[in-house]
Design a protein around this ligand. Structure first.
Ligand SMILES: [Zn+2]
Length: 298
């Protein structure tokens, strides 16, 4: 069971979001800044995302009439403006995902510069500011939350405190949280990328994706929220995306689901709260103002 299920539109039993993080080759440039320009294989692996996988993914969504959310670093918007244009033209949403996929913990204290540089890219290339944010490697900090609130963001999608969307509250206000989890992220089963510190045993498409579908079944049964957090250069590859496409087709035919952008889910939560039908669970932040036992050298 779920503690505080959200009544979904049109009697749907479960909300579904297949969200993509389109990191492209930003990953190698941020991990190996001194010689990334010489590293052709990882650059090419990243470029597969916008150039090969994205058109395939957009084609599937068009065929099924789905609108979904894409998170894109500002540098990737600048480097691949045609991809951003194609995503927006089909009615999808693009969210903030750092500038060069910099980790907010590793760059703590300098996030304003990175965050605003990415925001500027969104305004210039997408023609509007983003409504949502997902932290690179999920490493959201209080510094980023302050910047989101200062810039009128509606939601974050980097934290894991509940099964369904909830509210995060600070002294400066509230944001919605669209919770993620590693169990529905394609990094563990598919990322083999030694140059950025990952050497995962790559799983077969069916083995990896069947784990995701089990997560869906539990969420569906409980009336919850199923979100995939996937990357075009990983899950957009031919054999993997073929299975996702089949799953979408079957799910639309046989289940009562609501596919939505995350901004669409935020709209729905606004409407439910306004009409007093439902109120979200609230996580108050900060969890701690300092390490709970003080700084230690373990
Ligand atoms: Zn990312």
């Amino acid at each position: 069971m779920i503690r505080n299920p959200i009544p979904w539109p049109n009697g749907a039993k479960c909300a579904v979001a297949i969200s993509f993080d389109m990191d492209a080759d930003s990953l190698i440039h941020v991990a190996q800044p001194n010689d990334s320009h010489r590293r052709l294989y990882p650059t090419s692996m990243g470029r597969y995302g916008p150039n090969v996988a994205l058109p395939r993914i957009l084609d599937t969504y068009r065929r099924f009439g789905l609108k979904q959310s894409f998170f894109i670093p500002g540098w990737c918007l600048e480097k691949y403006p045609d991809t951003a244009e194609a995503i927006l033209k089909d009615g999808h949403e693009i969210g903030h995902h750092g500038y060069l996929h910099e980790d907010p913990i590793m760059t703590y204290g300098t996030q304003r510069e990175w965050f605003e540089r990415a925001l500027d890219a969104h305004k210039r290339i997408c023609g509007k500011p983003p409504q949502g944010y997902r932290a690179p490697v999920y490493n959201i900090t209080d510094e980023v939350i302050d910047l989101m609130q200062e810039n009128g963001f509606r939601y974050d999608s980097s934290m894991m405190a509940d099964d369904v969307p909830y509210v995060i509250e600070t002294s400066k206000g509230q944001l919605y949280e669209m919770p993620v989890h590693w169990g529905t992220d394609d990094w563990p089963p598919f990322a083999h990328f030694e140059e950025i510190g990952y050497k995962m045993p790559v799983r077969s498409p069916s083995a990896a994706l069947s784990g995701f579908w089990e997560e869906f079944e539990a969420q569906y049964e409980a009336g919850g929220f199923f979100m995939l957090i996937v990357h075009p250069f990983l899950t957009g590859r031919l054999a993997r995306w073929r299975l996702v496409e089949k799953w979408i087709e079957e799910t639309l035919k046989t289940r009562k689901v609501w596919f939505s952008t995350l901004a669409g889910i935020a709209d729905h939560m606004d409407a439910l709260q306004k009409s007093d039908v439902w109120s979200p669970s609230v996580e108050k932040l900060p969890y701690f103002n300092a390490p709970p036992l003080g700084p230690q050298n373990f």
